[in-house]
Design a binder for this molecule. Sequence first.
Ligand code: FAD
Length: 387
Amino acid sequence: MTRLRNSPDVLVAGGGPAGVAAALTLASRGADVVLVHCAQGAGPRVLESLSPLARPLLRGLGVLDRLPAACHAPCHGNRSSWGGPALTASDFLHGPYGAGWHVDRAPFDAALRRAARAAGVRLHAGSVRSVARHGGRWRADVSGAVMTTPYLVDATGARARLARRLGARLVRTDHLVAVAAGVPLTVPGHDGPYGTRGGRERTSLVESTPFGWWYTASLPGGRQVVMAVTDADLVAGAGLRTPEGWWAALAATRHVRARATGHRTTAPDRLRVLPAGTSRTLPPAGPGWVAAGDAAAATDPIAARGLTHALATGIAAATALTEEADGDPRAQSRYAALVDAVHDEFLRARAVCYRAEERWDTPFWTRRRAPASVTRRAAGATPGSSR
Ligand SMILES: Cc1cc2nc3c(=O)[nH]c(=O)nc-3n(C[C@H](O)[C@H](O)[C@H](O)COP(=O)(O)OP(=O)(O)OC[C@H]3O[C@@H](n4cnc5c(N)ncnc54)[C@H](O)[C@@H]3O)c2cc1C
């Protein structure tokens, strides 16, 4: 079949996990797919926890065995100090899918894109700058080049750049940020309460504090990421603007300090501030287009479910487009209802999780205790319960 270089069956904007999952699913169904990804990568990224639930999704996409060991390390569970000073443990070994991973996002995403190219997806470095409807097709400006296509996937991340251009609304629930730093691993090797094994941390660790919470986990190669998570307007008051203030706040923790600082006595050289808010795009789909991953709904990292959601909605979005192309007029509204229902459930679980911490009446916590529009209780929600 002759493939017109600038007229694919589907144009996918965004080369993160959602875009790759959508592109791979569409390519496996015979579509000619162009995946536009920013040549500079995804911008600032940190280590993230990949839930064991992602394993069957990666296997179904045919990429589980194509991800090099250098971009991930096993994660055997979570440790959390939340609602009280003691550390509680939840281990993946008791679940059906085994261990999760700690992933180094930049090489992880690059490996996913290589797998997509190997499966026949056409990669195009650049960015989709604008889209408009012309005669039943989308006309997209891709870094100065024009592409036309009947179907569009917005996988551009939490800012949902394309969906908003098409008239969708971005609804933010909060303005959470993560103030992150890389810290060399210094804890000596032992199997201890912090989940260390052979000198490497094999669990994520979360600890709540008056201004929010801390998270730490380690990567292959002996690197460790530590981040303080709070609302954007509380960063300065919590002293997190400077490496020295951040370091002092870390020193006031109990468990994260023990794992993260070891014998190190100096603050990190630099901090990175990453937006980490919860938002949803309304609607997340329309005739000829779908949003997937964070572009459809972005979630507070306390649940560590964003990557799994990105893969799952990438696959579901591709299915909706295929069904629409086969003449099903309700495919997009079913997809939108699915995204909405999953996000509502997340909001309920998040409310339960935050309300489990009752020790402080500081702004971060009182905001989260205020009655929300979604109040139905979701059982068993704890930090990282969906990791
Ligand atoms: C601090 C922090 C910690 C997190 N921790 C976890 C965790 O532990 N576990 C977890 O599962 N999730 C975590 N998440 C969430 C996770 O990062 C996201 O849910 C996930 O990256 C979403 O994937 P995506 O493919 O939808 O979007 P992204 O990964 O954001 O990818 C979008 C891509 O689109 C590109 N793009 C943007 N605009 C355009 C354009 N116009 N044209 C072309 N390309 C474009 C971007 O450069 C980017 O590469 C965390 C998030 C944050 C902020």
